[in-house]
Design a protein around this ligand. Structure first.
Ligand code: URA
Length: 484
């Protein structure tokens, strides 16, 4: 009898090395016991012995087996090491064994690999970060309880998606930490060490409410996708019931109401909308709701083709301040609302510190479709080009004519280019009010610029400068309200 002790529950290299030596020494699967260092010893296992001596010789297994084994080793089933060795043993004499879908071992290994990948996807979907620390020193921490040992597998996804924010994902098995450069893995912790409620909860709830579409509600599918065991760590879970109830109410009201004219289907050809897109503010000032509806079919540049939807401006038509960003990002494209992602969080916080209530501001973007290049599962933001900014400017002009704000704040170079109609370097033009066709304009940086700064001190300084710029806007609004 041989007892093999692996270094950890996910020690694939240790398992592979041991399995290779055992197989080369013709050690039968039933003569091997697998354990993990620090784990419970097997009740009837023989004394732990050394690995067999290295033997000359080699054998090949299909690449598919190695791929499956790497996933299956992350499954929590304690029998996984033995199952994998048994399959490896059998594969030596039956190279096509993995194609035998009805074989019990093959079926089991496939099911286990699927379970691991499902758990990985659930982790991607259900990790919710909470902010700890203050402002620029903020660190984002999440608590998650994976079903399998998937933290190291899933962590690179978060490093890519939240590359700009330092985060930690705490789990009972291991914890993953990202400092903006690399992922570090440390031992697991108890749930009591995870942070509780914070203001990000509210943001998640707002985001969830924003993307919740009652027309697409399928309660059963939603409960399958978001099993209840994940709910206790999800800030939005408390909203699911009220949102479902309000969706039911909305549906009943819709059924009770008179039928309305159907919306015109979106034309896929460019011509009609392209000509509409050339209308100026003077020709077609409408309410924001009318403009939003019209812009939903905009084909004035090719960006609509890959975007989910037009992300139009949002806020009261009586707003005295209009904030203009660059273009919707990944989250905005999905939600159909501007500044609801990480840059929006940063903006909200800075506005709050400057004394500006976002709910009273009209928030929009210079370009109203998300421009990106796909990179695997990620959609990488791309800066809009001048023709795209020009094509979209008519919407900004018409929003401006509808809102008639006292002040426009251009966030970043693209917004400044659109608002002022020419390339406008931010550093040379920020911090003072510029007169543009009878409207005051303040130019400042884009919040994403702050998120991207790798140096913490620079980030803190730049954030303060951003807040100071917004305070100039707040001061002007107060003065013009008093003068009115
Ligand atoms: N960046 C922007 O410029 N606008 C958004 O709406 C989101 C991110």
């Amino acid at each position: 009898m041989h007892t093999i002790t692996l270094d950890s529950a996910t020690d694939f290299d240790g398992w592979r090395k041991a399995a290779r030596l055992l197989a080369l020494n013709d050690v039968q699967p039933q003569d091997v016991t697998w354990t993990v260092r620090g784990g419970e010893p097997e009740l009837f296992a023989a004394e732990m012995d050394e690995l067999p001596e290295a033997t000359e010789g080699t054998f090949n297994v299909p690449a598919k087996f190695v791929e499956l084994a790497k996933a299956v080793i992350l499954h929590r089933n304690p029998e996984r090491f033995a199952l994998l060795y048994r399959l490896l043993w059998r594969l030596r004499g039956h190279h096509d064994l993995l194609n035998a879908a009805t074989d019990a071992d093959v079926a089991e290994i496939n099911a286990m690999a699927r379970a691991v990948h499902r758990d990985e996807h659930k982790m991607h979907a259900f990790v919710r970060f909470r902010e700890i620390g203050r402002e620029q020193k903020a660190h984002y921490v999440a608590w998650f309880e994976p079903e399998h040992h998937i933290v190291e597998l899933a962590a690179p996804f978060f490093a890519k998606r939240f590359a700009d924010m330092p985060w930690s994902i705490l789990t009972p098995d291991v914890c993953a930490h990202w400092d903006g450069h690399e992922i570090a893995i440390t031992p697991g912790v108890a749930r009591s060490e995870a942070p509780g409620e914070d203001r990000l909860e509210e943001t998640w709830r707002r985001y969830y409410a924003a993307i919740f579409n009652p027309a697409r509600l399928k309660v059963k599918a939603m409960q399958t996708e978001m099993p209840q065991k994940y709910w206790r760590n999800l800030p939005e879970a408390s909203m699911i019931k009220p949102l479902i109830e309000s969706a039911e109410r909305a549906t009943s009201t819709m059924i009770a109401n008179e039928p309305t004219e159907p919306h015109k289907p979106q034309q896929r050809q460019d011509a009609p909308m392209a000509s509409k897109a050339r209308k100026t503010a003077d020709e077609t000032t409408g309410t924001i709701e009318q403009l939003r509806e019209e812009a939903a079919g905009c084909r004035a540049c090719p960006l609509w083709k890959n975007a989910t939807q037009t992300v139009f401006g949002e806020g009261p038509q009586t707003a005295s301040i209009m904030l203009v960003g660059e273009q919707p990002g990944d989250k905005e494209d999905l939600a159909g609302k501007p500044f609801v992602g990480p840059a929006g969080l940063m903006l909200d916080r800075a506005l709050g510190e400057a004394g500006i209530d976002r709910r009273k501001a009209y928030v929009t973007n210079a370009v109203k479709h998300f421009k990106f290049v796909p990179r695997g599962k990620i959609r990488l933001h791309q800066k809009p080009a001048t023709p795209e900014i020009r094509a979209c400017r008519q919407w900004y002009e018409r929003e401006l004519a509808a809102i008639k704000p006292d002040l426009v704040v251009a966030l970043g170079a693209t917004a400044a280019q659109s608002v002022l109609g020419k390339i406008t370097p931010i550093n040379r033009n920020r911090g003072h009010l510029i007169e543009q066709d009878g409207t005051k304009v303040l130019v400042t940086v884009h919040p994403s610029y702050l998120l991207r700064l790798p140096d913490e001190n620079a980030k803190a300084l730049e954030y303060q400068r951003f807040v100071d710029d917004l305070k100039i806007a707040a001061g002007w609004l107060r003065r013009s309200a008093r003068a009115a």
